[in-house]
Design a protein around this ligand. Structure first.
Ligand code: ADP
Length: 247
């Protein structure tokens, strides 16, 4: 059944901040290897949903199940250790270090835990680092200091640091924010290359980008799932049109 296949399931999830209900009985399931985009007008509850999945915020009621286990009672650190990576809007790369050193540190971690710092340096490690740099388009920039990178390159380095830890599920909040059109296009290529290797949940405003990467789009409005389907299906949906106009 679909339920047995789904890697992540949010079941009737609600969270309120003070009296304000930001997520209101949300049901959302994502299958292993899927690249799911989460869209919706401002304030729909998208970022809050990512916060709930990774344990940054606590659900008020409902359940979040990852790989068959309830995770909503775990700490943010414990959830990271179960294999959920999160890319925030503000990158957390080591600015004073080179791209190569950043990637070495990233590769020494798994799911947020430092495992083998100092042991890095075998041929297999170096090869993996170079493959990763190539994947995110930073092969020619390995010896640059992170501060020398463009905005888009910094985002790609941040993505590489998450990929280095190889989490089965990766959450990304507006990865193309502030990118040039060319950088956005390259980011779409990267995401298409990641398809099937990781499960990705991507919050995005750029509908062109969403069309380029997503098979299934989930539309949130007022803390609930309003619609779900292909880009054409959701953009033709009258309820979706109304939600965007009303916002
Ligand atoms: P989106 O990402 O879809 O734009 P958010 O998840 O950021 O929406 O926010 C949903 C609503 O919840 C917004 O109205 C926001 O102001 C509110 N909200 C989010 N986090 C908090 C918080 N920690 N305390 C109070 N209100 C919050």
């Amino acid at each position: 059944t679909g339920a047995a296949q789904s890697q992540l399931a949010l079941r009737d999830v609600t969270v309120s901040f003070g009296g304000f209900v930001a997520v209101a009985g949300l049901d959302l399931t994502v299958n292993r290897g899927e690249l799911r985009c989460l869209i919706g007008p401002n304030g729909a509850g998208k970022t809050t949903t990512l916060d709930l999945i990774c344990g940054r915020s606590r659900i008020s009621s409902g359940a979040i199940v990852f790989d068959g286990k309830e995770i909503h009672q775990l700490s943010e650190f414990e959830i990271a250790r179960t294999g959920i990576g999160r890319k925030f809007q503000v990158p957390s790369v080591f600015r004073e270090l080179s791209v190569r050193d950043n990637l070495e540190i990233g590769s020494s971690r798994q799911y947020g835990v430092l495992r083998n710092l100092g042991k890095f340096g075998g041929a297999a490690d170096r090869e993996r680092l170079e493959r990763l740099a190539e994947l995110v388009g930073l092969s020619d920039d390995l010896d640059k200091q992170a501060t020398q990178l463009s905005h888009g390159q910094t985002q790609w380095l941040e993505i590489a640091l998450i990929l280095a830890q190889d989490p089965p599920l990766i959450l990304m909040d507006e990865p193309t924010a502030g990118m040039t059109a060319h950088e956005t296009e390259k980011t779409a290529q990267l995401f298409n290359a990641l398809r099937g290797k990781h499960t990705l949940i991507v919050v995005e405003h750029d509908m062109g980008f969403v069309r380029d990467i997503a098979e299934t789009i989930s539309v949130m409005h007022q803390g609930k799932l309003l619609a779900q389907g292909t880009a054409d299906e959701v953009s033709d949906d009258p309820q979706v049109r109304e939600a965007y106009l009303g916002s």
